[in-house]
Design a protein around this ligand. Sequence first.
Ligand code: NCD
Ligand code: ZN
Length: 436
Amino acid sequence: MWWLKDVWVIDPSQKISSPQDVLVKDGNVLEISSSMTEEEVLAKAQGENLEIINGTGKFVFPGLIDVHTHLREPGQEDKEDILSGSRAAVRGGFTTILAMANTQPPIDNRALVEFVCRQGERAGYAHVLPIGTVTKGMQGSELVEMADMKAGGAAAFSDDGKNIQNAEVMRLALEYAKLTGFPIISHCEDKNLAGDGLMRRGVSSARMGLRGIPASAESVIVARDLLLAEETGGKLHLAHISSAESVELIRRAKARGIDVTAEVNPHHLIFCDEEIKITDTVLKVNPPLGSQADREALIEGLRDGTIDMIATDHAPHTQAEKARPFAEAPFGIAGLETALSAVWQYLVKPGKLSLDRVIEAWSVSPADRFGLAGGTLKPGTPADIVLFDPDFSEVIDPAKLASKARNTPFLGKTMQGFPVMVWVEGRLVQRDRTVL
Ligand SMILES: NC(=O)N[C@@H](CC(=O)O)C(=O)O
Ligand SMILES: [Zn+2]
């Protein structure tokens, strides 16, 4: 049994944000209260071993749920696999991760869904829930067997990595997914507008002579998908929103009552196109980093609820791939182990976002939207819990990363504010940044 003493508890699902004590027993949250005596706790332990954690100056919140991670298994295990990715997850404060379907082969049938589930269970760290593709082979034309994949354990459907270019296929996907109750997760990118662009089109791309991707490559598909969601009544979730126009379109759609949610990645909240260097591919990501105005609009959208969730879009690649020239290196930033710390350091500490809103957006909202366990510390629920120490500082050292990937802009930097204890179903899986 665990007794987390005098710790600041943030649980937006119960509207708690105050100093409390938390008891964890038999894998579940037993009690949250501000007045526990030692006798009471010992009586509840019933002779079981009791570990007391002094939580002064630290926070406890429900384990983060990341709805956008690329774990690369099967097929690209040199970049990441389910074991390394789920270890990276608990190092970063995530107790549940949704694994994107753009593996090799893509997760487009029940057997593959079951494979990912089994590998996640075998790893035994964060809960790993597979996202199935929307179309067979991610080819954008023929829909998968959605009900069958749901029965096998899929949590949502997405062709992420690729946009579904054919609007009729997207319309049908939204229509059919209603039978499963799952959202379609859309990677909004008009292929022709994006062309073979390398970064967001603007002053910075022009200055560096890098081919640009206009902001409209995203927003025209956001607009299309919102129209299709309204027409079908299907559930739509928009992945990695990156532009001010998209935020405004979503704001208007929500006002109309369209069943849409949206996520934003930490890198789009923290960086902008001006920070990209042609000699360093680490900030080459899809969708590309936008302007400073985009970044401000994304933060405002997250603050006011237009954007529902934060998600890492953890996109691991090998150092050899990322060492290629800018035009040839793959898009993607690895995020699981640094994302929470980065959000703490660059957004919460400077007062741009409250920690309560961050937890709501990274735990409560994902659980609600995708119908997942977690996102709460309600007594009786499985103890997926994070203890966060705002003072813990660490150099992002490649030797310490649990992920196979090194493609993070924070490599070699000192960061402050980390999850220092993580429990999954009451089992301690990370302590002082070491995965157990
Ligand atoms: N975000 C990226 O830059 N890359 C992702 C694909 C994706 O999330 O669209 C990947 O699979 O590498
Ligand atoms: Zn994507």
